[in-house]
Design a binder for this molecule. Structure first.
Ligand SMILES: [Cu+2]
Length: 146
């Protein structure tokens, strides 16, 4: 007996994804608060209180402080990110849209279209200082893995 074609195709796709999608590195840093690459700022990524449900649009907060804890106001924050193992970005164009309170910025338009490892990359400029930070999240069908 031959396997039904549909079943064969599904098995092939699953096998291809296992090979190409990979599993996230075991030592991936999933912390949502850490210093920027050069240590100029401390950044916290705050997911929506309702959780970052997959395949839904949500807003995060980005909190930026100096190493001594003072909030960093009037920063310009660029955003980029995607799935490092898949070579694609966000299905939306997440943007930092404004400062909600001193040092607290709104990141709007975040949507995870698939489960797996996503990175969120920030480029922060405030006055004469600029620095970058990368945050990793693992998204499952029930939201962020913690
Ligand atoms: Cu993907």
């Amino acid at each position: 007996m031959f396997k039904p074609l549909a079943q064969t195709v599904l098995v092939s796709l699953a096998t291809a994804c296992l090979a190409a999608c990979g599993t996230p590195p075991a030592d991936l840093d999933l912390s949502l608060q850490h210093p920027t690459a050069e240590g100029r700022f401390i950044v916290s990524m705050v997911p929506p209180a309702a959780g970052a449900a997959i395949r839904q649009m949500h807003a995060w907060q980005v909190r930026v402080e100096m190493p001594d804890g003072r909030p960093v106001q009037h920063a310009a924050i660029g955003f980029d990110g995607g799935m490092p193992q898949h070579g694609h970005g966000f299905p939306t164009a997440p943007r930092v849209t404004g400062e909600l309170a001193p040092g607290v910025y709104a990141l709007e338009g975040v949507k995870f279209s698939m489960s797996g490892w996503w990175d969120m990359r920030l480029a922060i400029r405030a006055g004469d200082l600029s620095d970058t930070a990368v945050f990793n999240v693992i998204v499952g069908d029930d939201g962020l893995r913690r």
